[in-house]
Design a protein around this ligand. Structure first.
Ligand SMILES: NC(=O)c1ccc[n+]([C@@H]2O[C@H](COP(=O)([O-])OP(=O)(O)OC[C@H]3O[C@@H](n4cnc5c(N)ncnc54)[C@H](O)[C@@H]3O)[C@@H](O)[C@H]2O)c1
Length: 269
C-alpha cells in the first residue's frame, strides 16, 4: 500500500481528535474532518452522524485511509452504544469497502479487555492476545469493532490496525494512568506508524507511551515501527502523594479497566 496522504479523521471534534488535528499534519497528512458536532475554525469539517450511511459514504470517497475515533467514549445505555459505536462503525467499514479505501486505524480501548487483572510484581505484561473481557457495553462495542475489522480483512482485504488506547491526555491524572498513559505526541507517532506500516492485515496493538509502570506489551505496536518517546514516571511522585498507591482489595485498582469496572463514567448526551 502506498503511504496514505489524505486521511479521514472521524471524531475530529473530540478530545483525541483535537489533539490529532494539531499533531498529524506535521507527518504530511491532509486531514478531512468529520464529527457530529461542528468544529470552531474548521468550516470545511463534515458535520455528520455515522448513522447517516449516505453522508458516511460521501465522506470516505477519495481518501487514502481513515483514522476512526468517532463514537461514544464512555459507558451508555446499550441502545445508544448500538447506534453510535456498533452500527456507526459498520457503516464506516461498508463505506470504506464500497469506495475502495485500503486502511482503517480503529480507536479500540483498554476497556475491551478491562476485566483483565492488572499485573503485579513480576507478573508478565498483558499480551495483545489476552482473552476479551469487556468491562462495559462501551468495551463490548470495541470488541465488536475489532471483530468487524478482522472480518473485513479476511473477507474483503481491507486492512485495520486496532489500537487499544490506554489513556491519551496531555498529562496522566491518576495513579492507574501512570501505567496506561499515552502522551499525545506518542499517540501521533503510533497512529502514523499504523497508517503507514506495510502488510498489517488486521493487527491489534496496545497504545501507551514507554511508561516505567507499563501494564501491557507494546511488541505489536513496535513491530509497526512505533518508537514511543515518553514515560509517565515524572508525574508519579506528585500523583502518588495526592492519591496514594493502588491498593489491594480495592476493585477499581484490581483490573486494567480501573473505575470502568466498578463505577463507569456515563456519556452525558
Ligand atoms: N482518549 C482516550 O484516552 C481514549 C482511550 C481509549 C479509547 N479511546 C477512543 O478513542 C476515540 C476518541 O476518544 P476521545 O477521548 O477523543 O472521545 P470524545 O468523546 O472526546 O470524542 C468522540 C467524538 O466522536 C463524536 N461522535 C460521537 N458519536 C458520533 C456519531 N454517531 N457520528 C459522528 N461523530 C460522533 C463526538 O461528537 C465526539 O466529538 C473514541 O472512540 C474512544 O472510545 C480514547
Amino acid at each position: 500500500m502506498p503511504a496514505p496522504r489524505t486521511v479521514l479523521l472521524t471524531g475530529a471534534a473530540g478530545g483525541l481528535g483535537t489533539l490529532m488535528r494539531e499533531l498529524l499534519p506535521a507527518y504530511g497528512y491532509d486531514l478531512r474532518l468529520l464529527d457530529l458536532r461542528p468544529i470552531e475554525g474548521e468550516p470545511d469539517a463534515i458535520v455528520a452522524d455515522l448513522a447517516d450511511r449516505d453522508a458516511v459514504r460521501e465522506a470516505v470517497r477519495g481518501v487514502d485511509a481513515i483514522l476512526h475515533l468517532a463514537g461514544i467514549s464512555l459507558e451508555a445505555p446499550f441502545e445508544k452504544i448500538l447506534r453510535a459505536n456498533i452500527e456507526g462503525t459498520y457503516h464506516l467499514y461498508e463505506a470504506a469497502r464500497e469506495e475502495g479505501v485500503g486502511r482503517i486505524v480503529f480507536a479500540s480501548s483498554n476497556h475491551a479487555v478491562g476485566y483483565t487483572p492488572r499485573p503485579r510484581g513480576d507478573d508478565p505484561l498483558i499480551p495483545v492476545d489476552t482473552p476479551r473481557r469487556p468491562d462495559t457495553f462501551y468495551g463490548l462495542s470495541k470488541c465488536f469493532g475489532e471483530d468487524l475489522a478482522q472480518l473485513y480483512w479476511d473477507r474483503h482485504g481491507l486492512e485495520t490496525v486496532s489500537v487499544r488506547i490506554g489513556s491519551c491526555f496531555p498529562e496522566p491524572t491518576s495513579v492507574r494512568m501512570l501505567s496506561v498513559w499515552m502522551s499525545p505526541a506518542d499517540g501521533a507517532r503510533l497512529f502514523h506508524a499504523a497508517l503507514t506500516a506495510e502488510h498489517v492485515g488486521h493487527t491489534v496493538v496496545h497504545g501507551s507511551s514507554a511508561n516505567t509502570r507499563l501494564w501491557w506489551d507494546l511488541g505489536t505496536a513496535r513491530a509497526l515501527g512505533y518508537e514511543p518517546q515518553d514515560d509517565s514516571e515524572p508525574y508519579a511522585e506528585k500523583l502518588i502523594a495526592e492519591q496514594g498507591e493502588l491498593q489491594e482489595g480495592n476493585e477499581a485498582h484490581a483490573y486494567l479497566g480501573g473505575q470502568f469496572v466498578t463505577d463507569p463514567p456515563i456519556w452525558p448526551y
